[in-house]
Design a protein around this ligand. Structure first.
Ligand code: ADP
Ligand code: MG
Length: 439
């Protein structure tokens, strides 16, 4: 087998970074080429999760880079390091991905998870679960809005469990897949195999269980799976976009099962945490970002961390295209100017109080009569929608209420929005007034 010299390998990685920046990952520096044989460049990765990422996203890019660097027509193939083959493997004993098990994202590890006041508790609990599966908190339930890191955190537990025990049967799956798999098993008369597959897992990790809403039979099945696993102290980890009691039409007995371990919550990250996440993401993707750009991006993206990836891809692409480094000016051009001026909670309260005929002091009081709670809910909803404050910070404006109260208020108004067309008019008008008052 012909060896790949260090300079050729540097060229390969350089070519990938230059032409395919969006697939670039920090851990590419851990890859090593073993050589070129029969026109195939063999690249060794640390674990199975990395190999799957490379197979899925990088084959063509590495082949092209290999050709550019060697001047020969070659393809690329990826293998896991023999000593670490099992690390990051998806359920060897549950049949790999053939059963629909989702792939773990190799970037979703604890090392890459940034902590801050918004997620410290959930992170600490996830760590405890990984260190002591089946015993620390069982089940472990994480909820929070989209893009706040639920999938990242629960996959980090999976990575950790596999790091500690290469043979652990850690079954990570989306709830949608669980229900599809279940329906298919019924249709094919293969319930026995389905149950065997799920009930022999050491850890069952189901993402986005709000998908169980209105799926009675899947709920029933999960209830029995749940009991079987927890009775033998095997770990269950669940995520959802809301707390168990708020999942529509979730059967009471499942609500109480989900509540029986630890329910934690991911809040919106504050500016510092967002900046740290941007740093981490840029580092993972080998993108150099000056501090003022990090701050600029963090100020623009304040509700969904998923948008950080999109912003980084955009900045990287524009900088490659123009052959210019990423600067604040480039970032402003690529991502647009700063977002519209934000509204403050006191202004929202003033506007709502005037419109809905209540006193601001009532909104802040402990009074719970309907004539007060409804305007208070409206305020909290608008505060959540129009400011970047965390739920806890919003609660602070309303007599120190906690985050669950604000979350409940937000969801109550969301439900009202579905049922009552006047509600959206009221909200829109109040928003416009509040924006006007803050301009
Ligand atoms: P969710 O499942 O809650 O919708 P994800 O776990 O998919 O959110 O996260 C969205 C993106 O934001 C991912 O790229 C994830 O890595 C990133 N992210 C979210 N929270 C954090 C964090 N605390 N540290 C690092 N990255 C984060
Ligand atoms: Mg998710």
């Amino acid at each position: 087998m012909a060896t790949v010299s260090t300079s050729v390998w540097t060229d390969v990685l350089g070519h990938v970074k230059l032409n395919y920046p969006h697939i670039m990952r920090g851990w590419f520096s851990q890859l090593s080429p073993t050589g070129i044989e029969a026109g195939t460049m063999v690249v060794v990765a640390r674990n199975g999760a990395q190999v799957r990422y490379l197979d899925k996203h990088c084959k063509a890019a590495f082949a092209e880079a290999g050709q550019a660097a060697t001047g020969r027509l070659i393809t690329a193939t990826f293998q896991a390091d023999a000593q670490e083959t099992h690390q990051g493997d998806v359920l060897p004993s549950l049949g790999g991905t053939a059963d629909g098990t989702l792939l773990l994202n190799p970037d979703y590890t604890f090392e890459n998870f940034v902590t801050g006041p918004c997620n410290r508790l959930a992170h600490a609990a996830a760590r405890a679960v990984a260190d002591n599966p089946g015993r620390a908190y069982n089940p472990f339930f994480v909820h929070g809005a989209v893009g706040l890191g639920k999938t990242h955190l629960i996959q980090a537990v999976c990575h950790e469990l596999r790091k500690q025990d290469a043979n652990v049967k850690c079954h990570y799956i989306s709830c949608e897949m669980f229900t599809n798999d279940f329906i298919e098993a019924i249709e094919q008369g293969a319930l026995h195999q389905f149950r065997y597959r799920y009930r022999q897992a050491d850890a069952l990790v189901i993402d986005d269980v709000q998908f169980l809403a209105d799926r009675e039979r899947s709920q029933e099945e999960l209830f029995h799976t749940f009991n079987t696993l927890t009775q033998s102290q095997r770990q269950i980890i669940l995520s959802a976009d809301c707390a168990p009691p708020e999942i529509p039409s979730l059967k009471e007995r499942l609500v109480s099962r989900f509540n029986s371990g630890l329910v934690t919550f991911l809040d919106r990250p504050c500016l510092e945490t967002r900046m740290a996440i941007i740093h981490k993401k840029a580092q993972l993707r080998c993108i150099e970002l000056p501090e003022d750009v990090v701050q600029f991006v963090a100020r623009r993206i304040n509700t969904n961390n998923r948008e950080i990836d999109g912003a980084l891809t955009m900045l990287d692409a524009v900088s490659q295209m123009d052959s210019k480094p990423i600067t604040l000016k480039l970032a402003q051009q690529a991502l647009g100017k700063a977002p519209a001026r934000l509204v403050t909670v006191p202004t929202i309260m003033d506007v709502v109080a005037l419109r809905m005929n209540v006193k601001v002091s009532d909104l802040q009081s402990k009074r719970r009569s309907k004539s007060i709670t409804h305007p208070r809910h409206v305020c909290m909803y608008l505060a959540r929608e129009l400011t970047t404050l965390s739920l806890e910070q919003i609660g602070g404006y309303f007599g120190g209420r906690d985050h669950t109260t604000v979350l409940h208020a937000h969801r109550t108004i969301m439900r009202r929005l579905d049922e009552d067309p006047d509600m959206s008019v009221l909200l829109k008008e109040t928003e416009l007034e509040a924006r006007h008052a803050c301009a």
